[in-house]
Design a protein around this ligand. Structure first.
Ligand code: IPD
Ligand code: CA
Ligand code: CA
Length: 260
């Protein structure tokens, strides 16, 4: 039912990925947004413009919620949620871990998720009820049974209090598992949970960082909640995504560490 939307999302993600790869070969203009470490480049804006152009060409009435502020139509039922370049800090340093994230919300429910890693030519895709795929092959979350055998990942919100809470959780969790990573593209981090490369992930994020990844993890058999183990809400800035088995143990540590 949602396949026509999936195909356009993949086309837009590939187009943005090509812009990202081309941008790596030239000098970048880097600006800051809300703080000295909140970066944006002309490539973020070029990717968003191209994605918006393709979505608008195919679905002119659909709404658009995109990180760099491009807006779409006003159809009440369809909203695309787009992060044109997730991992801008990595990108500006030419550290090869960044992605494009495109999701579709239909009547308030996330139904399509696409995350594209152009460097590794990895296309993660999922449609509600249809399973999750990496380059056309089905994927599922890991079967790691306990936190002590797991590899997990997180990110830092950028403000001092929030960063300190993540460091406290990092210390506690890293002493109880194989390792904690900070990879720098939340959308891709969630896809790594979906395909079993990571066993869990947590962070405070914006909707465009999480929307597509949520579809991937859900369709790959993972478990997603907020830090208090309440149901996930895309518009509240908390996500814990796991392979389900390590979920209760990871959430127990986060509950005592991460206060709102
Ligand atoms: C960022 C990345 C990063 C996460 C930050 C996000 P951006 O997105 O997803 O991994 O830790 O919280 O803001 O700014 O590169 O699109
Ligand atoms: Ca992002
Ligand atoms: Ca971004």
């Amino acid at each position: 039912m949602y396949n026509q939307y999936l195909e356009v999302a993949k086309e837009a993600a590939r187009a943005a990925g090509a812009i990202q790869l081309a941008g790596l070969r030239r000098q970048l203009r880097i600006e800051t947004k809300s703080s000295p470490i909140d970066l944006v480049t002309e490539v973020d804006r070029m990717c968003e413009a191209e994605i918006a152009r393709l979505l608008n060409q195919n679905f002119p009435s659909h709404q658009l919620l995109a990180e760099e502020g491009t807006v779409g139509g006003d159809a009440p039922d369809f909203r695309w949620i787009v992060d044109p370049l997730d991992g801008t800090t990595n990108y500006t340093h030419r550290y090869p871990f960044f992605s494009v994230s495109i999701a579709l919300e239909h009547k308030g429910r996330l139904v399509v998720g696409v995350v594209y890693d152009a460097v590794h030519d990895e296309m993660f895709e999922a449609v509600a009820g249809g399973g999750a795929f990496l380059n056309g092959q089905p994927i599922k979350v890991s079967d790691t049974p306990t936190l002590s055998q797991s590899l997990v990942c997180t990110g830092f919100p950028g403000d001092q209090a929030g960063n300190q809470q993540v460091l406290t959780a990092w210390e506690k969790i890293s002493l109880r598992c194989h390792g904690v990573r900070r990879d720098g593209s939340a959308a891709l981090d969630l896809c790594y949970v979906a395909c079993g490369r990571l066993d869990g992930f947590w962070e405070r994020l914006n909707p465009w960082d999480m929307a597509a990844g949520w579809v991937l993890v859900s369709e790959a058999g993972g478990r997603i909640s907020n830090f208090q183990e309440d149901p996930f809400d895309l518009y509240k800035r908390e996500i814990v995504a796991t392979n389900a088995s390590i979920g209760p143990e990871l959430v127990a540590v986060l509950k005592e560490t991460l206060q709102v």
